[in-house]
Design a protein around this ligand. Structure first.
Ligand code: SF4
Ligand code: SF4
Length: 442
């Protein structure tokens, strides 16, 4: 069968998905969790519990702070010990609700049984409300509230729901594991979103370095028999999981700069989000758990894991449970090596969308000394957004914000393909990122 991919730019890093065969393990509960009120894109949630309150797992502890915001739930049962600022992974102070864990009692009405519920409800408004009430956010990286994304303006029409199973970043395997281990729930979640979007086509897009996931989802789609749904293998290429590139790969449609996917009839949701939608709608289970990969080139096989964690466990708790930080880890990253964020504070709490703890050795992070641009054009060839990174770099160094804007610096998706391709080791991504921040302020 023909395999799809996006035509412009992109790179082929080694996938290094060493943890691919590590089945999902459930982490034991820690003595305490720290629940962030900023686990989503948009306004922080507002705490609605007080110090001393007893809470159950799945109970709301913070309410949306605006239209683009999300409910936050306790991931454990216990007592609220404190509410106040605590450093996140970047070291920024964010309000957290500290909860001392006492047992594991879940709020009433949450179905934790493994039985599949395949019947798709038909009340669109009620389903959207359930997704909102469960605090579901996009788990592909953006953490945009899902109920907002599934409710496009009436004048726009969703023609295709794309379930992003690309997981194109090297090392990461959490989406792969849920696609292999829980394909039915993902497919039901996709069918629920299809209904919400008016019965459009649904495509579950998976890169061809994950044949077991493709097979598992195909078998599930055939078994469950929902109409207008298919699994599409994609030719492996980074950054295929990025929305615009995925839409181009699957539909051959280009989203204009600054436009939303719905402008070309597409809605993209990550495979993990489809699972969260299933749990929210069919099981009344809020989004308090997710799967995270512990991996890296300085870990041996038995120390790599895919863990089911509760959002609020600290990264240090998970790292310790996995065997501790390797002595030769030169860099610790939340996410993959291309787009992940450096972890400045390992005591930070996990959030709904925490993707991975990635340990990289000195060797894996070593880059040569920055040299002059040799005008080879490789960065421009690799850029999936059609930008000229060598030019943006020059303008960033000169501080020419107007020219940066004219040359579409704000369309950069920070994929790092330019940096990856540059033989002169020019820190293109760092400079372009900084330039974007400055350009946004003007
Ligand atoms: S980081 Fe930005 S400029 Fe560099 S390749 Fe990606 S989109 Fe292009
Ligand atoms: S890849 Fe590096 S050396 Fe080549 S043109 Fe781009 S910035 Fe210059």
């Amino acid at each position: 069968m023909r395999k799809l991919t996006f035509p412009m730019g992109g790179v082929h890093p080694d996938d290094t998905k060493y943890a691919r065969d590590c089945a999902i393990e459930v982490l034991p509960l820690p003595p305490v969790v720290y629940v962030s009120v900023s686990q989503h894109l948009g306004a922080p949630a507002v705490p609605c519990v007080a110090v001393g309150d007893k809470v159950k797992a799945g109970q709301v502890v913070a309410e949306p702070g605006g239209f683009i915001s999300a409910y936050v739930h306790s991931p454990v049962s216990g007592t609220v010990k404190s509410i106040g600022p605590r450093k996140d992974i970047a070291g920024r102070p964010v309000t957290h609700i500290e909860i001392v864990v006492e047992g594991d009692e879940w709020a009433e009405g949450i179905d934790l049984s493994p039985e599949l519920v395949p019947e798709i409800p038909t009340d669109r408004a009620a389903v959207l409300e359930k997704i909102k009430a469960a605090g579901v956010v996009g788990l592909g990286g953006a953490t945009f509230p899902t109920h907002v994304k599934l409710n496009p303006p009436p004048e726009s029409k969703a023609e295709c729901l794309i379930i992003d199973g690309a997981e194109c970043e090297p090392y990461l395997t959490s989406d792969y594991r849920i696609m292999v281990e829980r394909p039915d729930e993902i497919v039901v979640g996709a069918a629920i979103m299809q209904m919400v979007l008016g019965g459009c086509r649904a495509v579950l897009a998976v890169e061809d370095n994950k044949p077991e996931a493709i097979e598992a989802l195909r078998a599930s789609v055939a078994r469950l028999g929902y109409a207008n749904m298919e699994v599409a293998p994609l030719k492996c290429k980074y950054p295929q999981g990025s929305e615009k590139q995925l839409i181009d790969a699957v539909l051959g449609r280009q989203t204009k700069p600054g436009a939303l996917p719905i402008s070309v009839g597409a809605v993209v949701q990550n495979a993990g989000t489809a699972l969260a939608v299933y749990e929210a709608v069919q099981k009344n289970k809020p989004l308090v758990t997710n799967v995270l990969t512990v991996t890296g080139d300085c870990l041996s096989g038995e120390k790599m894991h895919n863990y089911l964690f509760r959002a609020g466990m600290t990264l240090s708790y998970i790292a310790e449970y996995a065997g501790g930080v390797p002595a030769d880890a030169a860099k610790i990253v939340s996410g993959g090596p291309m787009m992940g964020k450096p972890i400045a504070n390992l005591d930070a709490a996990t959030v709904k969308g925490s993707p991975a703890i990635l340990y990289l050795s000195e060797e894996a992070t070593r880059r040569g000394k920055e040299g002059p641009c040799i005008r080879c054009g490789r960065c421009a060839d690799a850029c999936p957004m059609g930008l000229e990174p060598f030019l943006l770099n020059r303008l960033a160094k000169a501080g020419d914000i107007e020219a940066l804007k004219e040359n579409e610096v704000l369309n950069c998706i920070e994929c790092g393909c330019c940096l990856y391709s540059c033989p002169a080791y020019i820190p293109l991504l760092d400079r372009i990122r900084t330039a974007k921040v400055l350009a946004k302020k003007r």
